[in-house]
Design a protein around this ligand. Structure first.
Ligand SMILES: Nc1ncnc2c1ncn2[C@@H]1O[C@H](COP(=O)(O)OP(=O)(O)OP(=O)(O)O)[C@@H](O)[C@H]1O
Ligand SMILES: [Mg+2]
Ligand SMILES: [Zn+2]
Length: 333
């Protein structure tokens, strides 16, 4: 898993905040109970000191700690029983004075066996979603709201199927891709005319994959190449981090490829992105109006044959057909 440092820091901050809040809430609950029954405070204090006495005596008597430990344990059991009875009389749960971690897997440390624990990953996903939703309509554009009704059922002789059937297949591929996402699980190229749902479906994938706790970067080609240029000319400090995020996130979605001003610099930046991510087995989704047919390979012409060849060889091509949904929606208003 490749985490973005900035987002992970924000996630950790929230994580610690929540932990402190839980601790404070526990202490105030504990204090209320102690006030109602001061004997419980004494018992808890004694229990705590009993534990340290057991340890100290075991250490001191190195030779035979057992008898001392047994005496202390009996003492301990009496106190436990008294505590239990008192709590019962107050109508409280037996364990209401035990502080338990919210996540038993990691004891609320956020890490387990050197890995980010499931609980902290949820915080990460939430922070990332905030970041993604600044750019994407993550609320409105999801697999659930994607409608096939915008695509004609009429048989298309060039395609050999209808636009609807084609889109059913595309939708299914996208959904499967998102549901079974792994960073090494492959790449997609969404290609087709404007207004056919490419950005919509890539937003749906971004949302799903991000919810699973993977790091996702979504941006338009223009802005991504701009960051490479800024870095080249040392325009901003944060660009180094931006570039490494673009190159190493679990899923990169580069939208609207081909709408940027294509220069030699852009060609080489695109090559760097595509080949680095392929070599490191990280997933990439490109969306574009450019064609990549055998007869008409606009990607090879606009960029380089090396780029086109990598896309053809390593990306699943999802062709979008139909009528511009932007126009259709406007007409039906
Ligand atoms: N299947 C769908 N159901 C409902 N609304 C859709 C669907 N597909 C697209 N839309 C809507 O139509 C508009 C255009 O879709 P989108 O932005 O995804 O097109 P695009 O293929 O990315 O176009 P472009 O190539 O111009 O970027 C958006 O407002 C989007 O919300
Ligand atoms: Mg688009
Ligand atoms: Zn945990």
């Amino acid at each position: 898993m490749a985490y973005d440092g900035k987002i992970l820091r924000r996630a950790l901050q929230k994580f610690e905040e929540d932990k402190r809040e839980r601790e404070a809430a526990f202490q105030s609950r504990q204090e209320t109970i102690y006030r109602r029954q001061p004997r419980l405070r004494q018992i808890d204090a004694e229990l705590t000191s009993t534990v340290s006495r057991i340890i100290a005596s075991a250490l001191r008597r190195g030779t035979d700690p057992l008898p001392a430990v047994e005496v202390l344990r009996d003492e301990n059991l009496n106190l436990q029983a008294e505590k239990k009875a008192l709590l019962e009389r107050m109508g409280l749960q037996e364990d209401c004075l035990e502080e338990r971690p919210a996540c038993p897997l990691c004891g609320d440390t956020g890490y387990r066996n050197g890995q980010v624990c499931r609980c902290l990953r949820q915080y990460y996903a939430r922070e990332q979603k905030k970041e993604l939703s600044q750019m994407l309509d993550l609320g409105g554009q999801s697999f659930e709201t994607f409608s096939l009704n915008w695509y004609s059922e009429e048989y298309n002789p060039t395609l050999g199927i209808s636009a609807r059937e084609n889109m059913e297949w595309v939708y299914h591929q996208c959904r499967r891709y998102a549901d079974n996402f792994t960073p090494g699980g492959g790449n997609l190229l969404l290609t087709g005319e404007p207004g056919l749902g490419k950005t919509f479906l890539s937003a749906a994938i971004a949302r799903e994959v991000s919810d699973q706790g993977f790091s996702v970067v979504y941006d338009t080609a223009t802005r991504i190449f701009q960051r490479f240029e800024d870095q080249k000319f040392g325009r901003e400090e944060r660009d180094e981090a931006d570039i490494s995020r673009i190159l190493s996130c679990d899923l990169l979605i580069l939208d609207d490829l081909g709408t940027e001003m294509t220069t030699a610099f852009v060609q080489s930046a695109l090559y760097q992105i595509i080949s680095t991510r392929l070599m490191e087995r990280r997933a990439t989704i490109l969306s574009t109006n450019l064609k990549i047919d055998e007869r008409n390979n606009e990607i090879a012409r606009r960029y380089t044959p090396q780029i086109a060849s990598r896309i053809e060889g390593e990306y699943q091509i999802l062709p979008f057909f139909g009528e511009d949904i932007r126009k259709l929606k406007k007409e039906r208003q």
